[in-house]
Design a protein around this ligand. Structure first.
Ligand code: TYD
Length: 215
């Protein structure tokens, strides 16, 4: 595989989407590589349909394992139809969420266990790991306050889970970062967005110096 696979992770309200929108033009300015951005759950029509089922507030009674399997199914389609072909073509792929979301939300938040969810995802990804993960760290209270303020964004079924759930997810992310220090870089998402973009930009450019011109 010739491309580069970068994932962006973090809780709701951590600013992943704004980061990706903000960083894309900066990266394009410094590189001749083709860069695509995508998101999970979703990214392609079939996976977007699965996304609607998972995140629908009507799906309240969904079992945790069913939820994990739907995220996994959506991920497999997205990986096979969009991410892998782009990587094979030598592109840089930046995705908003990937396996770490399942480890943090279903593994720790829902209490199914990181190892169980990691095993399920090994089946899904055939062991493909991101080259770099930017984890945007924010305290759960702060993240939840941000999404409440910004109601223009959709509020989904997982956003409606209580603070305790989001605290578990946060602890899950910190454990993943600690256990994968080479792959995962922790970014302080409580800083202003411009600083978050700057920090992430520096990490990417220095991690892949052959692809980006360094001023
Ligand atoms: P989304 O609207 O994309 O939220 P955000 O903007 O915060 O990324 O909704 C995705 C939701 O799905 C979010 O609450 C996290 C959750 N999720 C999981 O629980 N497991 C997963 O594997 C993935 C990819 C997402």
């Amino acid at each position: 595989m010739k491309g580069i696979f970068i994932t962006v992770e973090g809780a709701e309200g951590s600013g992943k989407t704004s980061l990706i929108q903000g960083i894309l033009p900066l990266l394009k300015e410094r590189s001749n590589a083709f860069i695509i951005t995508t998101r999970e759950p979703g990214g392609i029509p079939l996976a977007e349909r699965i996304r609607n089922v998972i995140l629908d507030v009507q799906s309240k009674e969904m079992d945790e394992k069913t939820e994990s399997l739907l995220f996994a199914a959506s991920r497999r389609e997205h990986l096979m139809k969009k991410i892998l072909p782009a990587l094979k073509d030598g592109k840089i792929v930046i995705t908003d969420r990937f396996v770490d979301s399942s480890l943090a939300y279903q593994g720790v938040g829902r209490g199914l266990g990181i190892e169980t969810i990691a095993n399920l995802n090994t089946f899904v990804t055939d062991d493909l790991e991101p080259d770099l993960t930017l984890y945007l760290d924010i305290l759960p209270e702060e993240g939840l306050a941000r999404i409440q303020q910004n109601r223009a964004n959709e509020i989904n079924r997982l956003d409606l889970s209580g603070l305790e759930f989001h605290q578990k997810v946060h602890a899950g992310y910190l454990k993943i970062a600690k256990d994968n220090p080479k792959r995962v870089v922790v970014i302080d998402a409580q800083q202003p967005l411009t600083k978050v973009i700057e920090d992430c930009f520096e990490v990417i450019v220095h991690r892949f110096p052959k692809l980006f011109k360094i001023n």
